[in-house]
Design a protein around this ligand. Structure first.
Ligand code: NAI
Length: 804
């Protein structure tokens, strides 16, 4: 027998196993076979297919679950639809009570859920017990609060309806909570599909929710693989899809939902940088790295998988890391004293092995600890690569395993460049004792979350989500709630009281009374052919074609340049060159918008004449459209220094800053109604918050936009901030949606062209805002406000702990 003094010598750990008994009893109670949880009860699949769920730490089968087919998904969606009217009609307080009850149920059964999660996923009980399940409860508590406050805090908004939610296997129950809690709080009903490797805790939650009194059909759980996911995505009676998983599947979902009108949020992959400056506290850094990449076996979308180290300290840090890795313990997930558990499934283990071999082939230096992993499950050791080239496969591709790749930099600028050198933008972590440096670097990193001197911190009060190909939408906090509501337009568009409306359009076409000389005049009109407006200058179109713009009665008013693909490319380049606009102060941007408004007002009569000529809306209505455009410019000049972020109440000693950042280069295809006001209503919010834009005006009525060139020139708008390309609107919008250097596209027009835009946007996962139902742009509720500003920004949450 080993003596105490021997243990003092070796400091070897004994096993500290958590009992699996309650979880196994729960499985046995269900005969180790699960149907679907639909309409408040267990149901059997119509097609009878199923598959085994495996414990990855032992390879033993845990249970058999259902592969839901089309009829099953239909039934689940129907149950959710049936439950929707009553659930959404409940008072916020009543829904809050239900969410509170759910939080309590999770807490009461926390150990069962933690053990079940460890068995199913292979992750350590230490993590499920101390992190996953407490955060699940926290999410339900936090969102009970949003349900309580919904009527006041989301006034003018309503729930979406039935929400389809598809989650991955890395945080099985936590991802369910991230999705279900805000959806229910906002008054939606839900069909959720857990990942095929890890469905057990979602099923257990459904049962607990039922016992806690959640009405039947509000939360439905269907199991199955990607085919079941596809059925949910394509279901015609689902109003929104919320997905977390690989960028590859996210892209498929973006394409599949294009033109369907389904709201979409995607939380996708990442290759997050972990940046260490030479003044960082290296011992803290080492523990930070452990949490960044060896937490959950590195199967974390925001894992700090790329270590970027200041050159001078790289050698020292790598030596410390290797020493720490040597001490990490890999083993059975229910052992309370292990650091890392098992990889979720053989296919994932194989993927890690393949990518690690690729790293070696491409010349990087591999290092792994001297000890061997247990051989009776799917284990993989902590792994460190040095000498990695920034373009190497392992530096670019998400490995989703315990593999860290390290690179060095010399200056902060180089660190930022390396950090941003992937298509992803989920998270980043910055380590330095110099707060000035940290806060200078954080805004420059393209990521939805930045942790300063910390990593992998999550809380229900703070938004989480990506930039670029890491997806769009936020989960958590008020930011996340917006994903589950839509503006409530009352009984239909335009029926609301005027509420500050600035003049109604006259719907009947009147005789043309243009102030613009018509060809019938005895004096021949001065030829007016508008060019394009790119990089602050009026330029001829690439192809040299123009198109005639006619009055409704058929008379020629003027010609505009016919822009093409090349012109769009030039405009995108100009918009990128104007990136400094994002760093102008809000005050400065506001001043320029006021100046545009002033210059437009001076020429109001001329613009009204043009509008009247194009639309025959009558002089008074045209005049009031111009006035409305001036007022709208004033609104966004006002907003420019007022669209603030927030400081979230997260449970750290420190602050979590939620900053509204511009998205970058945006394409905007304008509506045909109100050719001036529609354009101004979209362009002004976009530039007010710091984006630069390529605008495609109404195809049939582009003259007010073209006339705007001279107003912009006279108003000190920096070159490239607003670029205007006239021509075939839908074709040009598609070019913008396909362009990899455009970060967002707004399209207001037809459903078919909107679908093309959404489909094409999947290339670089750009943000889109597509509408085919007309708005009343003259109504200030519909035509301006926070909805526009939210669409024009993305939130970055920066976590800054403080204290000694
Ligand atoms: P995945 O993206 O295929 O699976 C995520 C979820 O989507 C699962 O519930 C799955 O059943 C479902 N799904 C799959 N195909 C679908 C489709 N066509 N339509 C609708 N739903 C569909 O991820 P997978 O295959 O499990 O892992 C592959 C790689 O993806 C990993 O190696 C990792 O790199 C990445 N990944 C990233 C995650 C993240 O949180 N960022 C989470 C899971 C995986």
């Amino acid at each position: 027998m080993t003596t105490v003094s021997e243990i003092f010598e070796t400091m070897a750990y004994g096993p500290a196993p958590e009992s699996d008994k309650p979880a196994l009893e729960w499985l046995e109670r269900h005969g180790r076979a699960f149907g679907l949880f639909v309409g408040g009860r267990w149901t059997k699949s119509k097609n009878g297919d199923g598959f085994d769920v495996i414990n990855p730490a032992t390879t033993a089968s845990l249970a058999r679950v259902t592969q839901a087919g089309a009829a099953d998904v239909d039934a689940a969606v129907a149950a959710a639809r049936k439950a929707f009217p009553a659930w959404s009609a409940l008072s916020g307080h009543a829904r809050a009570r239900h969410l509170y009850a759910l939080a309590r149920a999770v807490q009461k059964h926390s150990r069962l859920l933690a053990v079940l999660e460890s068995l199913d996923n292979g992750k350590s009980i230490r993590e499920t017990r101390d992190l996953d399940i407490p955060l699940v409860a926290r999410h339900f508590y936090h969102h009970a609060g949003w349900a309580q406050l919904a009527q006041a805090e989301f006034a003018g908004y309503e729930p979406l309806g039935v929400v389809g939610q598809i989650v991955p296997w890395n945080f099985p129950l936590l991802m369910v909570a991230w999705k279900v809690a805000p959806a229910l709080a906002a008054g939606n009903t839900v069909v959720v599909k857990p990942a095929e490797f890890t469905p057990l805790t979602a099923l257990c939650l459904a049962e607990l929710a039922h016992e806690a009194g959640l009405p039947a059909g509000v939360l439905n759980v269907v199991t199955g693989d990607g085919r079941t996911g596809e059925l949910i995505v394509n279901h015609p009676d689902v109003d929104k899809i919320a997905f977390t998983g690989s960028t590859e599947v996210g892209r498929l979902i973006r394409k599949a939902t294009a033109g369907s009108g389904k709201k979409l949020s995607l939380e996708l992959g990442g290759k997050s940088p972990f940046i260490v400056f030479d003044d960082a506290d290296l011992d803290s850094v080492v523990e930070g790295v452990v949490d960044a990449i060896w937490f959950n076996q590195g199967q974390v979308c925001c894992a700090g998988s790329r270590l970027l180290v200041h050159e001078g300290i790289a050698e020292r840090l790598v030596a410390k890391l290797r020493a720490r890795m040597e001490k990490l313990r890999v083993g059975p997930s229910l052992d309370k004293a292990i650091d890392m558990g098992a990889i979720v499934a053989p296919v994932q283990l194989e993927r890690i092995r393949t990518l690690v071999s690729r790293g070696v082939e491409e010349g990087a230096t591999l290092w792994q600890p001297s000890w061997a992993c247990p051989s009776d499950g799917y284990f993989y050791p902590p792994t460190l690569f040095t000498n990695v080239a920034p373009a190497a496969t392992i530096a670019q591709v998400e490995i989703f395993g315990p593999v860290l790749v390290s690179m060095t930099f010399r200056t902060p600028a180089e660190a930022v460049e390396l950090a941003n050198n992937t298509p992803y933008g989920l998270a980043a972590s910055v380590w330095t004792e110099n707060i000035n440096l940290a806060l200078d670097v954080a805004p420059k990193i393209k990521a939805g979350v930045v942790w300063i001197n910390c990593t992998n911190l999550f809380d229900a009060a703070s938004g989480f989500g990506g930039y670029r190909e890491s997806g769009f939408g936020r989960e958590g906090g008020k930011e996340g709630m917006w994903e589950y509501v839509k503006p409530d337009r009352g009984l239909g568009l335009g029926t609301r009281g005027s509420g500050g409306a600035v003049g109604r359009p006259a719907h009947k076409a009147r005789a043309v009374r243009s102030r613009v000389p018509s060809p019938e005049s005895r004096v021949p009109p001065i030829d007016r052919t508008y060019k394009l407006f790119i990089g602050g200058a009026q330029v001829r179109p690439d192809q040299g074609y123009s198109r005639k713009i006619l009055a409704p009665a058929g008379a020629l008013i003027a010609e505009v340049a016919e822009g093409n693909r090349k012109d769009i490319r030039n405009a995108v380049e100009a918009a990128h060159a104007a990136a400094g606009w994002a760093h102008a102060s809000g005050h400065n941007r506001g001043q320029i918008l006021y100046y545009v408004a002033e210059n437009l007002a001076v020429r109001a009569a001329q613009f009204a004449g043009l509008l009247d000529a194009m639309t025959a809306q009558g002089e008074a209505a045209a005049r009031s459209e111009v006035e409305a455009a001036v007022a709208r410019l004033f609104s966004y000049a006002a907003w420019a220094d007022k669209y603030d972020g927030a400081v979230h109440q997260t449970p750290i000693r420190g602050v979590t800053l939620a900053m509204n950042e511009p998205i970058g280069v945006m394409g905007i295809a304008c509506p045909d109604e109100h050719p001036l006001l529609g354009l101004v209503s979209l362009v002004a919010p976009a530039v007010a918050v710091g984006n630069t834009v390529i605008v495609i005006p109404s195809e049939a009525r582009p003259l007010a936009a073209a006339e705007l060139y001279t107003v912009l020139e006279a108003s000190d708008v920096p070159a490239g901030v607003i670029n205007i390309v006239t021509g075939a609107k839908d074709a040009l919008a598609k070019v913008l949606a396909e362009h990899d250097d455009v970060e967002a596209v707004w399209y207001f027009g037809t459903q078919a062209a909107g679908a093309d835009v959404e489909r094409a946007s999947a290339g670089n996962m750009k943000r889109t805002w597509v509408e085919w139902e007309p708005r009343d742009w003259t109504d200030s509720h519909q035509g301006e406000g926070r909805e526009f500003l939210r669409q024009a920004t993305q939130v970055k949450n920066i976590w800054i702990p403080y204290g000694e």
